[in-house]
Structures are given as structure tokens and as C-alpha cells.
Design a protein around this ligand. Structure first.
Ligand SMILES: [Zn+2]
Length: 139
């Protein structure tokens, strides 16, 4: 961009020519160029929103019967099943699997709590119970 009067090179933000002081006439092309620049980012910001909205229902997707069966079979594996349940409960998978795993962990904690209470306050002797059970089975 140059001054119309003296031909001095101008900065894009100059209102007046630094050399002769002539007011700088903004070319029409510069204005029309800035317009698509305003609309383009608008389209780009709406696109990821559409993409994230498509991703959201996937998380809300219901598990199929097969998926539930596979989940329960994997949970039947000692230790691995427990680790997987933690991963499912706190990881970012399907919401349904997450909820089932979280509910199972709560139930496990409840069972441990109830067992601890029985052991502590009701004098439950688990070893004695096991011995009795073995006696019943062996005799
Ligand atoms: Zn000038």
C-alpha cells in the first residue's frame, strides 16, 4: 500500500501518510477481504460443535446384549475382572457400561462394609464358619 499523493509506503493501520500527511483512503478490496475472514471462522466453530454432538449420543448408546455378556464374562476372571470394572467405572466409555461398573463397585464396597460390621460387632468368626462348612461337607 502506498500514499496516493507522494507514493510513500504505508502501514496498513496508518490513517495519514507519515511523509506528507495526506489522509489514507482505505481501498475497497481491503474491506471486502476482511468480510470473508469474519464469516470463515464462524463456519469452522460450528463444525466441531456438530462433530461433538455426533460423538455425544455414542456415549449414551445402549449396550447390546452381547456387550453385556462379554462384560460379565470378563468380570468373572479373578483380579482382571476387578481391574476392568475399575477401568470401566472411571474411564470414558459408554455411559451404560460406566454406570453398571460403578454400581458394581458400590455393591462390592457395601458388601465389604457389611462383612466388616458383622465381623466387628456381631462376633462373626469367618474361619469358624468355614471350618464348620468343611466339617459338614466332609462328614
Ligand atoms: Zn504521502
Amino acid at each position: 500500500m502506498e500514499c496516493n499523493n507522494c507514493g510513500t509506503a504505508l502501514n496498513p493501520n496508518d490513517m495519514f501518510c507519515p511523509s506528507c500527511g495526506t489522509p489514507v483512503a482505505k481501498p475497497v478490496a481491503a474491506v471486502s477481504e476482511s468480510l470473508p475472514a469474519w464469516t470463515e471462522p464462524d463456519e469452522e466453530t460450528t463444525a466441531p460443535q456438530k462433530r461433538s454432538m455426533k460423538r455425544a449420543p455414542a456415549r449414551n448408546e445402549v449396550m447390546s446384549v452381547g456387550e453385556v455378556i462379554v462384560m460379565f464374562l470378563l468380570q468373572a476372571i479373578p483380579l482382571v475382572g476387578l481391574i476392568l470394572t475399575f477401568v470401566w467405572a472411571f474411564g470414558g466409555g459408554k455411559k451404560m457400561r460406566k454406570n453398571i461398573a460403578a454400581a458394581q463397585l458400590i455393591l462390592i464396597l457395601l458388601a465389604i462394609g457389611v462383612y466388616a460390621i458383622l465381623l466387628k460387632y456381631m462376633g462373626f468368626d469367618f474361619e469358624m464358619m468355614l471350618d464348620n462348612l468343611l466339617n459338614v461337607l466332609t462328614y
